[in-house]
Design a protein around this ligand. Structure first.
Ligand code: AP5
Length: 222
Protein backbone atom coordinates (compact mmCIF):
# COMPACT_ATOMS: atom_id res chain seq x y z
CA UNK A 1 0.00 0.00 0.00
CA UNK A 2 1.51 3.42 -0.90
CA UNK A 3 2.29 5.88 1.87
CA UNK A 4 -0.33 8.64 1.49
CA UNK A 5 0.16 11.51 3.95
CA UNK A 6 -1.60 14.81 4.59
CA UNK A 7 0.48 17.54 6.27
CA UNK A 8 -1.92 19.92 8.03
CA UNK A 9 -1.25 23.06 10.06
CA UNK A 10 -1.61 26.82 10.07
CA UNK A 11 0.14 29.03 7.47
CA UNK A 12 3.88 29.08 8.02
CA UNK A 13 4.03 26.15 10.45
CA UNK A 14 6.70 24.43 8.37
CA UNK A 15 4.62 21.92 6.37
CA UNK A 16 6.28 22.78 3.07
CA UNK A 17 9.78 22.75 4.57
CA UNK A 18 9.27 19.24 5.94
CA UNK A 19 7.39 17.91 2.89
CA UNK A 20 10.18 19.08 0.55
CA UNK A 21 12.76 17.31 2.74
CA UNK A 22 10.89 14.07 3.25
CA UNK A 23 9.23 13.46 -0.15
CA UNK A 24 12.40 12.74 -2.18
CA UNK A 25 13.84 10.56 0.60
CA UNK A 26 10.80 8.29 0.46
CA UNK A 27 9.94 8.50 -3.25
CA UNK A 28 6.71 10.40 -2.55
CA UNK A 29 5.08 13.05 -4.72
CA UNK A 30 4.91 16.43 -2.93
CA UNK A 31 1.60 18.03 -3.88
CA UNK A 32 1.33 21.62 -2.63
CA UNK A 33 -1.87 23.29 -3.82
CA UNK A 34 -0.58 26.77 -2.88
CA UNK A 35 2.49 26.24 -5.13
CA UNK A 36 0.22 25.02 -7.96
CA UNK A 37 -1.99 28.10 -7.63
CA UNK A 38 0.98 30.50 -7.59
CA UNK A 39 2.29 28.80 -10.73
CA UNK A 40 -1.11 29.34 -12.39
CA UNK A 41 -0.97 33.03 -11.39
CA UNK A 42 2.52 33.35 -12.91
CA UNK A 43 1.34 31.62 -16.11
CA UNK A 44 -1.65 33.99 -16.37
CA UNK A 45 -4.03 31.04 -16.88
CA UNK A 46 -7.78 31.21 -16.24
CA UNK A 47 -7.23 29.42 -12.91
CA UNK A 48 -4.55 31.96 -12.01
CA UNK A 49 -6.87 34.88 -12.77
CA UNK A 50 -9.56 33.38 -10.49
CA UNK A 51 -7.11 32.60 -7.68
CA UNK A 52 -4.95 35.76 -7.61
CA UNK A 53 -7.20 38.16 -5.70
CA UNK A 54 -8.64 35.45 -3.47
CA UNK A 55 -5.15 34.44 -2.34
CA UNK A 56 -4.05 38.03 -1.83
CA UNK A 57 -6.99 38.52 0.59
CA UNK A 58 -6.15 35.36 2.51
CA UNK A 59 -9.40 33.65 1.51
CA UNK A 60 -9.85 30.10 0.29
CA UNK A 61 -10.11 29.39 -3.42
CA UNK A 62 -13.54 27.76 -4.10
CA UNK A 63 -13.79 24.04 -3.44
CA UNK A 64 -14.86 23.06 -6.98
CA UNK A 65 -11.82 24.82 -8.48
CA UNK A 66 -9.38 23.22 -6.03
CA UNK A 67 -10.93 19.75 -6.24
CA UNK A 68 -10.76 19.83 -10.05
CA UNK A 69 -7.12 20.96 -9.97
CA UNK A 70 -6.23 18.28 -7.42
CA UNK A 71 -8.05 15.49 -9.29
CA UNK A 72 -5.94 16.22 -12.37
CA UNK A 73 -2.72 16.25 -10.33
CA UNK A 74 -3.59 12.94 -8.66
CA UNK A 75 -3.82 11.27 -12.06
CA UNK A 76 -0.09 11.90 -12.73
CA UNK A 77 2.06 8.73 -12.56
CA UNK A 78 4.40 10.11 -9.85
CA UNK A 79 1.61 9.77 -7.26
CA UNK A 80 1.42 5.99 -7.63
CA UNK A 81 4.18 5.33 -5.09
CA UNK A 82 2.57 7.59 -2.46
CA UNK A 83 2.27 11.30 -1.78
CA UNK A 84 2.44 14.11 0.73
CA UNK A 85 -0.45 16.56 0.45
CA UNK A 86 0.63 20.02 1.62
CA UNK A 87 -2.30 22.46 1.80
CA UNK A 88 -5.06 20.06 0.68
CA UNK A 89 -7.69 19.25 1.86
CA UNK A 90 -8.52 22.48 3.69
CA UNK A 91 -12.32 22.13 3.98
CA UNK A 92 -14.60 19.24 4.83
CA UNK A 93 -15.92 19.20 1.23
CA UNK A 94 -12.34 18.83 -0.05
CA UNK A 95 -11.66 16.03 2.48
CA UNK A 96 -14.79 14.16 1.40
CA UNK A 97 -13.87 14.54 -2.28
CA UNK A 98 -10.37 13.23 -1.51
CA UNK A 99 -11.79 10.23 0.35
CA UNK A 100 -13.93 9.35 -2.71
CA UNK A 101 -11.02 9.75 -5.15
CA UNK A 102 -8.79 7.50 -3.04
CA UNK A 103 -11.56 4.91 -2.53
CA UNK A 104 -11.94 4.71 -6.33
CA UNK A 105 -8.22 3.94 -6.53
CA UNK A 106 -8.36 1.39 -3.69
CA UNK A 107 -6.13 3.64 -1.56
CA UNK A 108 -6.49 5.41 1.76
CA UNK A 109 -4.73 8.01 3.89
CA UNK A 110 -1.92 6.53 6.02
CA UNK A 111 -1.52 9.38 8.53
CA UNK A 112 -2.30 13.07 9.07
CA UNK A 113 0.48 14.91 10.92
CA UNK A 114 -0.91 18.20 12.25
CA UNK A 115 1.78 20.86 12.78
CA UNK A 116 0.94 22.90 15.89
CA UNK A 117 2.32 26.45 16.33
CA UNK A 118 0.99 29.66 17.93
CA UNK A 119 0.19 32.83 15.99
CA UNK A 120 3.14 34.90 17.27
CA UNK A 121 5.70 32.32 16.14
CA UNK A 122 3.87 31.95 12.81
CA UNK A 123 4.12 35.69 12.21
CA UNK A 124 7.86 35.59 12.88
CA UNK A 125 8.38 32.70 10.48
CA UNK A 126 6.19 33.97 7.66
CA UNK A 127 7.38 37.57 7.77
CA UNK A 128 10.97 36.35 7.22
CA UNK A 129 10.11 33.78 4.56
CA UNK A 130 11.51 34.15 1.05
CA UNK A 131 10.80 31.72 -1.80
CA UNK A 132 12.42 31.27 -5.19
CA UNK A 133 10.67 32.17 -8.42
CA UNK A 134 11.68 29.01 -10.22
CA UNK A 135 10.47 26.27 -7.88
CA UNK A 136 9.26 27.80 -4.59
CA UNK A 137 12.31 26.60 -2.62
CA UNK A 138 11.82 28.06 0.88
CA UNK A 139 14.28 30.22 2.91
CA UNK A 140 14.12 32.43 5.98
CA UNK A 141 16.10 35.67 6.19
CA UNK A 142 17.33 34.88 9.72
CA UNK A 143 17.08 31.14 10.38
CA UNK A 144 17.70 29.73 6.86
CA UNK A 145 19.30 32.40 4.66
CA UNK A 146 20.63 31.55 1.17
CA UNK A 147 24.40 31.51 0.62
CA UNK A 148 24.07 34.56 -1.66
CA UNK A 149 21.51 37.12 -0.56
CA UNK A 150 18.42 37.16 -2.78
CA UNK A 151 19.40 34.08 -4.83
CA UNK A 152 18.22 30.48 -4.56
CA UNK A 153 21.07 28.08 -3.62
CA UNK A 154 19.46 25.27 -5.60
CA UNK A 155 18.46 26.79 -8.95
CA UNK A 156 19.95 30.31 -8.89
CA UNK A 157 16.60 32.05 -9.39
CA UNK A 158 15.59 35.24 -7.60
CA UNK A 159 14.08 35.04 -4.12
CA UNK A 160 10.93 37.04 -3.41
CA UNK A 161 8.41 37.66 -0.64
CA UNK A 162 4.93 36.28 -1.32
CA UNK A 163 2.11 38.86 -1.69
CA UNK A 164 0.16 37.11 1.08
CA UNK A 165 3.07 37.09 3.55
CA UNK A 166 2.11 40.38 5.17
CA UNK A 167 0.95 40.55 8.79
CA UNK A 168 -2.74 41.41 8.11
CA UNK A 169 -3.07 38.65 5.49
CA UNK A 170 -1.31 36.10 7.70
CA UNK A 171 -3.74 36.95 10.52
CA UNK A 172 -6.68 36.55 8.10
CA UNK A 173 -5.35 33.20 6.79
CA UNK A 174 -4.79 31.95 10.32
CA UNK A 175 -8.33 32.83 11.46
CA UNK A 176 -10.37 31.98 8.35
CA UNK A 177 -8.42 29.04 7.00
CA UNK A 178 -7.04 27.41 10.14
CA UNK A 179 -9.22 28.28 13.15
CA UNK A 180 -12.49 28.16 11.19
CA UNK A 181 -12.27 26.03 8.01
CA UNK A 182 -9.67 23.43 8.99
CA UNK A 183 -11.10 22.34 12.34
CA UNK A 184 -13.78 20.04 10.84
CA UNK A 185 -11.09 18.52 8.61
CA UNK A 186 -8.86 17.73 11.61
CA UNK A 187 -11.92 16.28 13.44
CA UNK A 188 -12.78 14.19 10.35
CA UNK A 189 -9.36 12.52 10.28
CA UNK A 190 -9.12 12.37 14.08
CA UNK A 191 -12.36 10.35 14.13
CA UNK A 192 -10.64 7.91 11.76
CA UNK A 193 -7.66 7.64 14.14
CA UNK A 194 -5.23 9.20 11.63
CA UNK A 195 -4.19 12.46 13.33
CA UNK A 196 -0.75 12.78 14.95
CA UNK A 197 0.04 16.15 16.54
CA UNK A 198 3.54 17.49 15.83
CA UNK A 199 5.18 20.17 17.98
CA UNK A 200 6.17 22.54 15.15
CA UNK A 201 7.71 25.10 17.52
CA UNK A 202 11.11 23.41 17.75
CA UNK A 203 14.11 23.78 15.47
CA UNK A 204 14.05 22.27 11.97
CA UNK A 205 16.12 19.38 13.33
CA UNK A 206 13.66 18.73 16.17
CA UNK A 207 10.63 18.82 13.86
CA UNK A 208 12.46 16.62 11.34
CA UNK A 209 13.12 14.06 14.10
CA UNK A 210 9.41 13.95 14.99
CA UNK A 211 8.40 13.46 11.36
CA UNK A 212 11.09 10.82 10.77
CA UNK A 213 9.96 8.92 13.89
CA UNK A 214 6.39 8.97 12.58
CA UNK A 215 7.47 7.63 9.19
CA UNK A 216 9.49 4.90 10.89
CA UNK A 217 6.39 3.92 12.90
CA UNK A 218 4.40 3.78 9.68
CA UNK A 219 6.79 1.11 8.49
CA UNK A 220 8.97 3.13 6.13
CA UNK A 221 12.15 4.07 7.92
CA UNK A 222 14.31 4.54 4.81
P1 AP5 B 1 -0.25 27.79 0.86
O1 AP5 B 1 0.85 28.12 -0.06
O2 AP5 B 1 -0.59 26.36 1.08
O3 AP5 B 1 0.01 28.53 2.23
P2 AP5 B 1 -0.15 28.06 3.76
O4 AP5 B 1 -0.93 26.87 4.13
O5 AP5 B 1 -0.66 29.28 4.32
O6 AP5 B 1 1.20 27.49 4.12
P3 AP5 B 1 2.55 28.09 3.84
O7 AP5 B 1 3.10 27.57 2.56
O8 AP5 B 1 2.42 29.58 3.96
O9 AP5 B 1 3.42 27.58 5.09
P4 AP5 B 1 4.18 26.23 5.46
O10 AP5 B 1 3.51 25.57 6.60
O11 AP5 B 1 4.43 25.38 4.26
O12 AP5 B 1 5.52 26.85 6.02
P5 AP5 B 1 7.01 26.86 5.39
O13 AP5 B 1 7.57 25.48 5.37
O14 AP5 B 1 7.04 27.67 4.14
O15 AP5 B 1 -1.61 28.51 0.37
C1 AP5 B 1 -1.61 29.85 -0.10
C2 AP5 B 1 -3.02 30.25 -0.52
O16 AP5 B 1 -3.49 29.42 -1.61
C3 AP5 B 1 -4.09 30.08 0.57
O17 AP5 B 1 -4.12 31.21 1.41
C4 AP5 B 1 -5.37 29.93 -0.28
O18 AP5 B 1 -5.83 31.19 -0.74
C5 AP5 B 1 -4.89 29.14 -1.48
N1 AP5 B 1 -5.06 27.69 -1.31
C6 AP5 B 1 -4.07 26.75 -1.25
N2 AP5 B 1 -4.58 25.53 -1.08
C7 AP5 B 1 -5.92 25.68 -1.03
C8 AP5 B 1 -7.00 24.76 -0.83
N3 AP5 B 1 -6.78 23.45 -0.64
N4 AP5 B 1 -8.27 25.27 -0.81
C9 AP5 B 1 -8.50 26.58 -1.00
N5 AP5 B 1 -7.53 27.50 -1.18
C10 AP5 B 1 -6.24 27.05 -1.19
O19 AP5 B 1 7.77 27.65 6.58
C11 AP5 B 1 7.51 29.02 6.86
C12 AP5 B 1 8.83 29.73 7.22
O20 AP5 B 1 9.33 29.19 8.44
C13 AP5 B 1 9.94 29.55 6.17
O21 AP5 B 1 10.68 30.74 6.07
C14 AP5 B 1 10.83 28.42 6.77
O22 AP5 B 1 12.18 28.55 6.36
C15 AP5 B 1 10.65 28.65 8.25
N6 AP5 B 1 10.68 27.41 9.04
C16 AP5 B 1 10.16 26.20 8.72
N7 AP5 B 1 10.36 25.31 9.72
C17 AP5 B 1 11.01 25.99 10.71
C18 AP5 B 1 11.48 25.62 12.02
N8 AP5 B 1 11.30 24.38 12.53
N9 AP5 B 1 12.10 26.57 12.76
C19 AP5 B 1 12.27 27.84 12.29
N10 AP5 B 1 11.84 28.25 11.06
C20 AP5 B 1 11.22 27.33 10.28
Amino acid sequence: MPLDLIFMGPPGAGKGTQAARVAPLHGLAHIATGDMLREAVRDGSELGRVAKEIMARGDLVPDDVIIGMFRERLSAPDTEGGFILDGFPRTLAQAQALDSMLAELGRGISSVPVFELGLEQLLERVSGRRVCREAEHVYHVVSAPPKTSGTCDIDGSELYQRDDDTEPVIRARYQKQWVEAAKPVVDHYDAAGLVVFIDAGGSREQVSAEIDALLARLGDGS
